[in-house]
Ligand binder design. Sequence first.
Ligand SMILES: Nc1ncnc2c1ncn2[C@@H]1O[C@H](COP(=O)(O)OP(=O)(O)OP(=O)(O)O)[C@@H](O)[C@H]1O
Ligand SMILES: [Mg+2]
Length: 350
Amino acid sequence: MKVDEVLQCSFPSWYNKFKDITIKSYMIPLPQEFIDYLHADGIVLPAESITASAQESNDDNMEGEEIDVDWDDDDGPIAEEPSFPEFETTIKNKIKSCGGKVFPKLNWSSPQDATWISFDKTLKCTCPSDIYLLLKSSEFITHDLTQPFYKCEDYDEDRSDITVKYHLILRQWQDLNPAAEFRCYVRNNQLLAISQRHHSIYYEHIVDQREDIVADIKSFFYHMVSPKFPCTNYSFDVYRRDKGKLLLIDFNPFGSVTDSLMFTWKELEEAESLESTGTDSADFPAFRCVARPEGVQPSPYATCGVPRDIIDLATGQDPYKLMDLLKLKVQNQNEESSDDDEDTIATPTT
Ligand SMILES: Nc1ncnc2c1ncn2[C@@H]1O[C@H](COP(=O)(O)OP(=O)(O)OP(=O)(O)O)[C@@H](O)[C@H]1O
Ligand SMILES: [Mg+2]
């Protein structure tokens, strides 16, 4: 994998060329203070974004009732509130232009590992603070900002010829059916392999329609993608809305920073080892999907989120855990108070 291949997969590099076959999106250059904010420890939302979203939801849903909460916490330093009013106004305008709901990402990655922190456990954002919270909580976003050329064979820290202009990408929100998403791998300009995108789930219709799916994706690749994409090795994601109706979702580098899904990178790099689908006279692309209900795997983001114990405690789903926690707390208090007693000098009573 080369630096230039990674740069070509950056959203601003390809979007204008593929505008007609992908989801409507806006690219907003990131101001340096926002990049610094993303790098900083802790999550503090800009005051104006909170006030604005609270105000909007107040206007929408409530009638006059005010809840006075004192958020001040005397224990500890108060982090400085960031402020980027201009950037925020642009975000609000673009959200409006997208119909009120957007999917956020940076040049390469979306904060898919942070959905656990959002209200509805998705990346759907309706106001700037939704976006800030997801971006600040995601390690994938930190990776985009700090190590975009990780694993590139021609990259080293001393290279001064590479500059990345970071953008916030806001894509119009689409209710996508995960069963219609596929990831395709291209090597030497040849469509090598296609995998079901969400490989932790069994979808019966994919198995039934595999020949049509492969034919549609092949045609989309040779007519719409390959003639305009400048690299010879890459991966791209497609959404097959209906027979013959495909939408481009994203480009990704051809290398282990991209999930190989139902293949292994060894197989993809040594293409001869791939089985053919047998659906066409040509050997490729190989096509893989979950063929049986027993073939399901754990969700790839199952390890990203709040610890199970905290969820059980917060929702009261497991009362025994709460009782154990309370017992532990009482035990600790008893231990502390008996330590205090030992430290106290006894005063004689009269
Ligand atoms: N505009 C959108 N509206 C709703 N969901 C979307 C939208 N765009 C993408 N998605 C969903 O989010 C998933 C991830 O999107 P995308 O591929 O752009 O993110 P990514 O971070 O580049 O992912 P990866 O690291 O796997 O390449 C998609 O598979 C799709 O299910
Ligand atoms: Mg991607």
